[in-house]
Ligand binder design. Structure first.
Ligand code: SIN
Length: 305
C-alpha cells in the first residue's frame, strides 16, 4: 500500500505504516480521514494496562479501530467493551442476543418468521444513542456472518466536518443547541420495515427527546466536533422550523463530504470500535438474499459539552 500521509488526521503516522511501540501488536492507519487497524492482538486474552492505554490513545487519534480476526465469544465481547465504561441497553429489547442483554443484534436474518435483529439499524447517518441524555462513548460491532457482497459501513469524521466550516458559520453554531429524538424517523422506518415493533408507552418514556450542544468538545482529545446527525437530530432549539430545517440540511450535507469518510469492508471476525462522539456512521445496505449478522455493544459516555 502506498504511504499516503494522514494529513487530515491528528496522527503523524502515514496511512498503511505501523506505529512503533514496545507492545507486541500493531496499529496501522487505514485512511486519511480516520480509522486504524489493530493487528496481532487477541481480545480473548486479558489486556495489560499498557496495551489498554495504547488502545485508548489510538481510539482518540483515529476514531475507528478495526481489530482483525477476533473469533471471540459474546461474553468476551462484553468483557472487552466494559473496559471502556458501563454498557447501555438498547430500547428495542426484542433484538438482544439471547442471554446477553448488553448485545444488540444487527441482522437481516429471520428465524421462524421473526427478525432476530435490527436489520435497518444504520439506514441514515447517525451517532448511536445521541438521543439519550448521556449518549454513547463508542460502539463495538463484531462481524459474525457476512454477505458475499455489500454490507459495508461508512464512517464520517465530525472533527473534520467542524474544522472545515466557514468561520462565520462556526460563530453562528457555537451557542446553538439541538434536539435529538429516537422517534424522529421511527414511523418512516416502520412504514418501510413493518417488522419494526410499535413502541410501547414504556419504550416511548425511555427515549424522550433530549437537547445537546450543536458543537461539542471531545473529552479525550479536546477537539471540537459537530454533534448533529440526520437520523436523530430533529430541530435547532429556538429557530423557526424552516430556518432550523435549512441549517440542519446544510450541516448534514457538509458532514458527509467524501474526504471525511472511511468505508469499512467487513472481514469475518472483525471487531470494529468507533467513537460516537467524533464520528457518524451509515450502513451501506445488504442485498435481500444475503445474510448479515453482527453483534453490537454500546459504551456509555458523558453528557456532551
Ligand atoms: C449500526 O448503525 O450500529 C449498524 C451499522 C451497520 O449495520 O453497518
Amino acid at each position: 500500500m502506498s504511504a499516503v500521509y494522514a494529513s487530515l488526521s491528528s496522527s503523524p503516522v502515514p496511512v498503511g505504516q505501523p506505529e512503533s511501540s514496545a507492545s507486541p501488536f500493531v496499529i496501522r492507519p487505514l485512511a486519511a480521514a480516520l480509522g486504524a487497524e489493530v493487528l496481532d492482538l487477541n481480545l480473548d486474552q486479558p489486556l495489560s494496562d499498557e496495551a489498554f492505554s495504547r488502545i485508548r490513545q489510538a481510539f482518540s487519534d483515529h476514531h475507528v479501530l478495526v481489530f482483525r480476526k477476533q473469533d471471540i465469544t459474546p461474553a468476551q465481547h462484553v468483557q472487552f467493551s466494559r473496559r471502556f465504561g458501563p454498557l447501555q441497553i438498547h430500547v428495542l429489547r426484542q433484538f438482544q442476543l439471547p442471554g446477553h442483554e448488553e448485545i444488540l443484534q444487527i441482522s437481516n436474518i429471520r428465524e421462524n418468521g421473526k427478525p432476530i435483529g435490527l436489520g435497518d439499524a444504520g439506514a441514515f447517518w447517525h451517532s448511536d444513542l445521541s438521543y439519550k441524555a448521556v449518549p454513547s462513548l463508542g460502539s463495538l460491532l463484531h462481524a459474525r456472518e457476512l454477505p458475499d457482497s455489500g454490507g459495508d459501513t461508512h464512517f464520517a469524521n465530525m472533527h473534520l466536518a467542524w474544522e472545515t466550516l466557514p468561520a462565520s458559520l462556526q460563530k453562528v453554531l457555537l451557542p446553538l443547541k439541538a434536539e435529538h429524538s429516537y422517534i424522529k424517523r421511527y414511523e418512516e422506518q416502520r412504514a418501510k420495515a413493518p417488522w419494526r415493533p410499535a413502541l410501547t408507552q414504556a419504550q416511548l418514556d425511555e427515549v424522550r427527546p433530549v437537547v445537546h450542544p450543536v458543537v461539542t468538545t471531545h473529552p479525550d482529545n479536546g477537539r471540537k466536533t459537530l454533534f448533529v446527525n440526520e437520523h436523530f437530530t430533529s430541530r435547532i432549539v429556538g429557530l423557526p422550523q424552516d430556518e432550523s430545517e435549512d441549517l440542519l440540511q446544510q450541516l448534514f450535507a457538509h458532514s458527509v463530504r467524501p474526504e471525511f469518510i472511511y468505508t469499512h469492508q467487513w472481514q469475518k471476525d472483525d471487531m470494529v470500535f468507533w467513537d460516537n462522539r467524533s464520528v457518524i456512521h451509515l450502513a451501506g445496505g445488504t442485498p435481500d438474499d444475503q445474510r448479515r449478522r453482527l453483534n453490537r455493544t454500546t459504551v456509555e459516555g458523558t453528557a456532551p459539552v
